[in-house]
Design a protein around this ligand. Structure first.
Ligand SMILES: [Zn+2]
Length: 379
């Protein structure tokens, strides 16, 4: 199955854009970790699973031997310029990218730029909290907020294939599942606007975020939630997907699809939710890259409880092309290993393994995001 997986298309249902500016060593190391501190003198963020995976698998794509030193690797990368990113992206074998543009959007390639760099198709996913912040930054009147937000969301969803929420970062996933009353929302926006200085608006209000979520639910679209592992800005103990149980119950028959992103180390909890709720899907993106040689085991755990039509692939790559490349490579390897193991143990026929692989690699994403009907940025 292992080899057969190379020929199967992949849809990366959650990632961001690549940075085009040349990167010094410190900036590159900053992009291959979720930590926000520089490695102490004499140590390196390359001494991690992802660092070893970059030297093992990305170095040969740039024409270096496997396990080239970090210095040699980065020098070669600089030499090649934009071609380094193009080589890594094109060799990743990802056929479609769903790109979330709400995080440091001005520093990364947009969906059209990503389509050109990767020679693949791209779609946009809109970050709900950023949309609300933009409205406030533009001076939207608090009492006009609900109408303005609905209109802006509808405009963006003419093109975008789904939305994402970072409630996990801003309020934790243990928020009240109920739809807030209009008057409550208006008062919360009023208070937020009153606190607003001159800089960027940062939305951290539970009532407003619940309003954004329910507005998205009403659109019956795909709604991504950051779940689990992320940078130090997140309170991981408030990021278990089980904390969303009430919200999942409340939205079960809404027509919205809920996609739990990353999930690590709660992938087993996510698998449970994907089994019991008809509208819940999940992936282990991000964790695949950062667990490197151990990602085989993490991917195998996703195939325990969850129906195979509820699991998706994502890289959650941001900034450097290495993370898309490795996300795809390690995912293919992990899925191949898991299916091989099931075949060795229980004799799963090759055609059935292939069918399961195709569901997870791309068919589930096409169905959940209704990509057949979506507008696409083509390479
Ligand atoms: Zn992400």
């Amino acid at each position: 199955m292992h080899e057969a997986l190379d020929g199967i298309p992949l849809i990366d249902h959650h990632c961001h854009g690549v940075m085009v500016a040349p990167l010094e060593r410190a900036a590159f190391e900053d992009l291959i970790t979720e930590s926000d501190w520089a490695a102490p003198e004499g140590t390196s963020h390359f001494d991690t699973q992802v660092g070893f995976a970059i030297r093992r698998y990305c170095a040969p794509v740039l024409g270096l031997p496997a396990f080239a030193s970090p210095d040699d690797y980065l020098e070669r990368r600089r030499e090649l310029g934009a071609e380094a990113s193009e080589r890594l992206l094109r060799a990743a074998g990802i056929s479609e990218y769903l790109i979330e543009t709400g995080h440091r959007g001005d520093e990364i390639l947009d969906p059209a730029g990503m389509a050109a760099a990767s020679a693949a198709s791209t779609h946009e996913v809109v970050r709900l909290e950023r949309l609300a912040e933009e409205l406030l930054e533009e001076g939207c009147e608090p009492r006009a907020f609900r109408t303005a937000f609905a209109r802006r969301l509808d405009e963006r969803l003419e093109r975008a294939v789904g939305v994402k929420s970072i409630a996990a970062y801003r309020i934790g996933l243990d928020f009240d599942a109920a739809r807030p009353a209009d008057a409550e929302v208006d008062a919360a926006v009023e208070a937020w606007a009153g606190r607003l200085g001159t800089g960027a608006a940062r939305l951290e209000d539970e009532v407003i975020i619940r309003h954004l979520l329910w507005t998205a639910v009403d659109r019956e679209r795909a709604i991504q939630f950051h779940v689990g592992y992320g940078d130090a800005d997140v309170d991981l103990h408030r990021c278990s997907p089980l904390l969303l149980t009430g919200f999942l119950r409340a939205t079960r028959d809404s027509g919205a699809r809920i996609l739990l992103l990353h999930c690590y180390p709660f992938q087993r909890e996510a698998g449970y939710l994907a089994q019991v709720f008809p509208h819940v899907y999940f992936d282990v993106g991000l964790a695949i890259n950062y667990t490197g040689a151990r990602s085989v085991e993490v991917i195998a755990e996703t195939l325990e409880l969850a129906p195979f039509h509820k699991i998706l692939f994502s890289s959650d790559a941001f900034g450097v092309a290495e993370l898309y490349h490795l996300g795809a490579l390690l995912f293919r390897r992990g899925l191949g290993h898991a299916l091989d193991a099931f075949a060795a143990r229980d004799g799963w026929p090759l055609a059935e393994q292939r069918r399961v692989a195709e569901l997870v690699a791309w068919r589930n994403a096409r169905r959940v995001y209704r990509l057949d009907a979506a507008r696409t940025d083509e390479a």
